[in-house]
Design a protein around this ligand. Structure first.
Ligand SMILES: Nc1ncnc2c1ncn2[C@@H]1O[C@H](COP(=O)(O)OP(=O)(O)OP(=O)(O)O)[C@@H](O)[C@H]1O
Length: 482
């Protein structure tokens, strides 16, 4: 249903017209209308005072692109929608901070490795924690350090004393991190920060420093540049510092849409820690879904209930089963990749013949596999698009290929989830030092997110060796295809 034609429920409408001052947190299950509400609220705020500036922020490029496309459908003038990192970098231009190049990905890893080697060589008291794996110790240690530094920066820990005394959540028990280890980790962090400031080739700011710098320099950003209203979609993907930075920058109101059941990145925060005021009527929970059929939600709900960690979370709410009936989801077990591709091709052909005006989303684990599937469909003359760049039209009918991560926030009439294979979904192992249960919980959420992108039909494709998640699906809620 086009966003412009839906009739919002009273609760949704209450969120849209909630007083244009202060914070509002809208939590809700998949398909409960969080994005729709944010777009309608953005319109409402603009209409209430045409001089006010309104910015929508998300975490991923695909979702930002989708929000822009939806807003074009319902607003006469398009909304300003950006990822947190795009927007943050733009804000930094108004400060005296000289380096705005973001150090991310391989360059970040390489710089941390360099810092680690310097500490290892020159510090008098080096004590790295022992990695579990006997082989490839170095690689494991580097991954561990990269994750730990991300956590320190994302949590806003600013001093060695704070790091030495803080209780570290989200770490497993396989790697023991003692006080002396923490001292060495902090040495690496300090050396890394030094390199970011001084070393020509590596100069810039770590992607996770952006939020902290925005907070520190916010007074330098001219008032007319700061948005009056900020709306954040899928806020569960941001960390404490990023929410804090956004909150500081919003002059009049901050509206947040989130669902912890779809939290697929390693984040630990509470709204309170992030400085969001959600007392009383400022915290709304939506339990009714408008996207999927009863049959899809039943399967997804049952699968979510297998996540013993999440169902204990204070923010867990079970989705209400919708009234609307549809086809029972299908599961196809394939002996090999060839069989997988043949089944997807068949399925796409059937869907296109029956529903030429619908969207079909194929959700998979890796870009490589999606490229292979694209090739198979291309060869048969089926137009198909990879949703990884900004140009792809996500809303119009057609076949779209997307990864589990990037599918969040999006929806398709028909969804084919593939790569349910051992080692892919769930991924083969947690990162070094990561809590096994938290890792599995996040992997489950990825699959749950993928399933709940479907509006009308859902097909799950598993490839030998089959994913353990397949055994967690309630066999009464799907058809096994021969
Ligand atoms: N009151 C309503 N009546 C009919 N359809 C609705 C209503 N509210 C939302 N929808 C539709 O339900 C679908 C899901 O809405 P939306 O994407 O806003 O949900 P969401 O909570 O952001 O989902 P997710 O968290 O899974 O991304 C959309 O197709 C939207 O148009």
């Amino acid at each position: 249903m086009a966003v412009s034609t839906i009739k919002l429920t009273d609760t949704q409408q209450k969120c849209v017209t909630f007083q244009p001052k202060g914070d509002l947190l809208i939590q809700g299950i998949p398909g409960s209308g969080k994005s729709s509400i944010l777009l309608a609220r953005a319109k409402f705020l603009k209409e209430k005072n045409s001089k006010d500036t309104v910015t929508v922020l998300t975490y991923s490029n695909a979702l930002t692109n989708y929000v822009r496309q939806l807003s074009l459908k319902m607003h006469s003038t398009p909304l300003t929608a950006k990822t947190f990192h795009q927007w943050g970098q733009e804000m930094l231009r108004y400060t005296d901070y000289p380096h705005t190049r973001l150090i991310v990905g391989d360059l970040r890893k390489d710089t941390i490795k360099y810092a680690k080697n310097i500490v290892n060589k020159y510090s008098s008291n080096v004590n790295f924690p022992q990695m579990k794996e006997s082989k490839r110790q170095d690689i494991a240690l580097l991954t561990f350090l990269c994750d730990e530094i991300e956590w320190i920066k994302g949590s806003g820990i600013a001093t060695r004393e704070e790091y030495l005394s803080i209780k570290r959540s989200g770490r497993g028990t396989d790697i023991r991190v003692l006080k002396e280890h923490r001292n060495t980790i902090y040495d690496v962090l300090e050396k890394y920060n030094e390199l970011l400031n001084r070393d020509r080739r590596r100069q810039g700011i770590d992607g996770d420093d952006l939020a902290r710098i925005l907070i520190e320099k916010s007074h330098q950003i001219p008032e007319n540049i700061k948005p009056d209203h900020i709306l954040v979609d899928e806020a569960q993907d941001l960390n404490t510092m990023q929410i804090k930075a956004i909150s500081k920058m919003a002059k009049k109101s901050l509206t947040i849409g989130a669902d912890k059941g779809q939290q697929i990145y390693r984040r630990t925060f509470s709204w309170k820690q992030a400085g969001v005021d959600i007392k009383g009527s400022r915290n709304i929970f939506l339990k009714q879904t408008f996207r999927s059929t009863k049959q899809i939600i039943r399967l997804a709900n049952h699968f979510q209930e297998q996540d013993k960690l999440y169902i204990k979370d204070e923010d867990y709410q079970k989705a209400q089963e919708p009234e609307i009936n549809g086809k029972v989801p299908e599961l196809k077990k394939c002996e090999n990749r060839e069989a997988e591709r043949a089944h997807i091709l068949n399925q796409v052909r059937r869907l296109r013949a029956s529903f030429p005006n619908d969207t079909i989303g194929i959700i998979g684990f890796s870009h490589d596999n999606l490229d292979e599937i694209k090739k198979v469909l291309d060869d048969k003359g089926i137009p198909v698009y990879r949703v990884k760049d900004n140009e792809v039209d996500i809303i119009s009918p057609g076949v779209k290929l997307i990864t589990f991560q990037s599918s969040k926030g999006l929806e398709f009439d028909h969804v084919i989830v593939t790569d349910l294979q051992k080692g892919k979904m769930p991924y083969k192992a947690p990162s070094p030092g990561e809590d096994e249960n938290e890792f599995l919980s996040r992997e489950r959420k990825k699959f749950y997110v993928a399933m709940t992108r479907a509006k009308k039909t859902l097909t799950i494709v598993s490839i030998k060796e089959y994913s353990s998640f397949i055994n967690e699906l309630n066999s009464g809620y799907f058809h096994l295809i021969d």
